[in-house]
Design a protein around this ligand. Structure first.
Ligand SMILES: NC(=O)c1ccc[n+]([C@@H]2O[C@H](COP(=O)([O-])OP(=O)(O)OC[C@H]3O[C@@H](n4cnc5c(N)ncnc54)[C@H](OP(=O)(O)O)[C@@H]3O)[C@@H](O)[C@H]2O)c1
Length: 234
């Protein structure tokens, strides 16, 4: 067993991503913090994390990722980077460019980053990788016309998790989505039922007990399976 375990976090400069880095670093993990703008990375750098530049909507930067982390075993990958897009946008008026960027970030991002880090994950003796999913991407929770960019891309991200989960099982990697619950961050304008330290603490606990039975599924912070179509299982 290696003395240090390594976590790779995307969107690591603020919000849940920054808090993941803080908590893993405080627990003695080697943290690789991927941020799209290094000028905003002061807080995460202060945790002792190794900071690298990565815009998850930029396929060229993702292709270069393997060179930056060549040979490093990654035990936990957290595909956290995400955008909401215009919250008032409906399918009739949402900006197509903004929608496309959100699709690249929220849907393609986790898939392409995971592909790029596949060899690193396979170097771990018990690799776990996750996407931060959202109740907004659950069909039964889509009860208004607005928020279409976020809802449609998070629903698609859940579909990608199902595919990744099944495909990565053959590689010995456990992949699933995690639900933080509505947590106060910039994305929620600092409104929420939970704080980032609390949500991240519970999501880290879930990651630490990841089960083969969770592969491809949406796991709530309480470690309950959340149905992609309609909420909690009884
Ligand atoms: N907060 C909640 O209640 C909640 C609930 C369910 C799911 N989630 C999910 O949790 C994740 C983190 O959300 P948050 O609440 O922490 O949001 P946040 O405070 O808005 O932070 C979003 C993070 O994603 C990064 N990011 C956005 N686009 C990126 C790109 N193209 N490349 C790299 N990084 C990018 C941002 O970097 P910049 O600073 O450069 O913009 C920032 O670090 C998201 O996937 C979100 O959908 C959040």
């Amino acid at each position: 067993m290696r003395s240090h375990r390594t976590v790779f976090v995307t969107g690591a400069n603020r919000g849940l991503g920054l808090e993941f880095c803080r908590q893993y670093a405080a627990d003695g993990w080697h943290v690789i913090a991927a941020c799209r703008d290094l000028e905003t990375a002061q807080e995460v750098r202060a945790t002792g994390a190794r900071v690298i530049a990565l815009d998850v909507a930029n396929p060229a930067q993702i292709s270069d990722l393997a060179n930056k982390v060549d040979g490093i075993p990654i035990d936990v990958l957290i595909n956290n980077a995400g955008v909401m897009g215009d919250a008032s946008g409906t399918a009739l008026n949402a900006n197509p460019e903004e929608w496309t960027t959100a699709f690249q970030t929220n849907v393609l991002g986790p898939a392409l980053v995971t592909r790029a880090l596949l060899a690193n994950l396979k170097h771990s003796d018990a690799p776990v990788a996750v996407t931060i999913g959202s109740q907004a991407g659950i069909f039964d929770c889509m009860q208004s016309a607005n928020l279409v960019i976020y809802r449609s891309t998070k629903a698609a991200a859940h579909a990608v998790t199902i595919s990744l989960g099944r495909a990565l099982t053959e590689e010995g990697i456990l992949y699933f989505s995690l639900r933080p619950g509505r947590t106060a961050t910039d994305m929620t304008e600092q409104q929420g039922d939970y704080t980032a330290p609390d949500s991240v603490h519970l999501m880290r606990e879930a990651i630490s007990v990841a089960k083969p039975d969770w592969v491809g599924k949406f796991i709530d912070r309480s470690q309950t399976v959340y149905d992609y179509a309609g909420g909690f299982h009884a």
